[in-house]
Design a protein around this ligand. Structure first.
Ligand SMILES: Nc1nc2c(ncn2[C@@H]2O[C@H](COP(=O)(O)OP(=O)(O)OP(=O)(O)O)[C@@H](O)[C@H]2O)c(=O)[nH]1
Ligand SMILES: [Mg+2]
Length: 343
């Protein structure tokens, strides 16, 4: 077993910091580390927290940490390219913690740069989640700005995605454009102390209702869960509510700065976790995401192998296409044939 794996499993905080860096950098031997850790993963609840810059994601994460810690659950946080500090505490390099959680051993925070990821940011995030999971984090939050394809892909590594919106920023319009609507498992309309929160809620309800049908066709092929109905009273998650077979993202108002409405967000995420685990649709989604991961890994490995085996033949093919001696399709076919034939 990898030396780091043993120490991570023994809950060594230095080891997890090193392990995360190791995996993030794709340092030699990182795959072995992940293999060793994998049997000890799968227990954590992984929650993606996404939304436009300044919507209040970090403030909300900070409150969620507080709520989970009160329940005695340990928390890991991956802040993907954070631009704002967590509750007054600055992001401090490698191993960081949220300001007022800095003395709490049950919280581990790590920032992740969005650039320079060889295997893609979402794969890197997924691997880092596994390290935190093996380390023993019971809840893992991934904060990411919900703009750009990479960020949206990250939400697919989480089992639940919380989309944070704030009134008056035109977030709703942005959201429908960015495809955030389709990946949301719950909406938090934050800054409800400001004017316009109710109209943001109404806009969202309307958009979910209208967008559902058209989004359904488009997202089916991409494997997104499709929400085409808005249940009456979807803004409320009641205590002891049964797990619905068809999940409709609840819309929850909150004021992260004051800690208002946080309990409802926690409740909604817990219920969604149960939906993922206990329903047919939830299990199917999980299966689909694993299938995606395996395919992604295969793509990465195949390209690496092909580039290694073909080497300069690839450059030669590019030159031939540039000189119009070959079309790009024939070039690809030729390269594949050579690769299959052993380079
Ligand atoms: N009025 C009000 N302000 C809030 C609330 N929640 C957060 N803020 C403020 O909004 C600003 C942005 O909050 P952040 O938590 O940093 O937002 P973020 O989404 O993490 O921002 P980025 O990471 O930069 O994308 C800060 O000044 C917060 O104090 C809220 O509920 N009400
Ligand atoms: Mg932030």
């Amino acid at each position: 077993m990898h030396e780091l794996a043993e120490r991570i499993l023994a809950h060594d905080v230095r080891a997890v910091a090193r392990g995360l860096r190791f995996v993030d950098d794709r340092s030699g031997g990182y795959v072995q580390l992940l293999k060793d850790l994998f049997p000890h993963t799968g227990k954590a609840v992984v929650i993606g927290v996404t939304g436009n810059p300044g919507a209040g994601k970090s403030t909300l994460c900070d409150r969620l940490i507080e709520a989970y810690r009160k329940e005695g659950r340990t928390v890991g946080v991956l802040a993907v390219d954070p631009t704002s500090p967590y509750s007054g505490g600055a992001i401090l390099g490698d191993r960081i913690r949220m300001g007022r959680h800095s003395t709490d051993d049950g919280v581990f925070i790590r920032s992740v740069a969005t650039r320079g990821h060889l295997g893609g940011l979402s794969q890197s995030a997924r691997d880092m989640v596994r390290v935190l999971d093996a380390y023993g984090a019971e809840v893992i939050l991934i904060e990411t700005v919900g703009v750009g394809q990479d960020e949206i892909e990250i939400t697919r590594t989480a089992s639940s995605t919380l989309v944070v919106m704030a009134p008056g920023l035109g977030d709703d319009v942005q959201a429908s454009k960015a495809g955030i609507l389709e990946c949301a498992d719950a909406f938090a309309v934050n800054k409800a102390d400001r004017d316009g929160a109710d109209s943001t809620v109404r806009d969202l309800e309307l958009m979910i209702a209208l967008g559902g049908e058209t989004a359904a066709a488009a997202s089916k092929s991409r494997g997104h869960t499709v929400h085409s109905e808005v249940a009456a009273g979807s803004a409320v998650v009641k205590d002891g509510a049964p797990v619905p077979e068809r999940w409709t993202p609840p819309i929850l108002k909150c004021v992260a700065t004051r800690g208002e409405g946080i309990a409802e967000v926690v409740k909604a995420l817990d219920l969604h976790r149960r939906w993922v685990e206990e329903t047919e649709a939830g299990r199917a989604r999980r299966q689909l995401r694993l299938a995606e991961e395996v395919r992604e890994g295969l793509r990465e490995a195949l390209i690496e192998a092909a580039v290694g085996a073909l080497g300069a033949k690839i450059d030669e093919a590019v030159r031939a296409v540039g000189a119009r001696e070959l079309d790009p399709y024939a070039a690809t076919e030729k390269l594949i044939a050579e690769f299959r034939g052993g380079g």
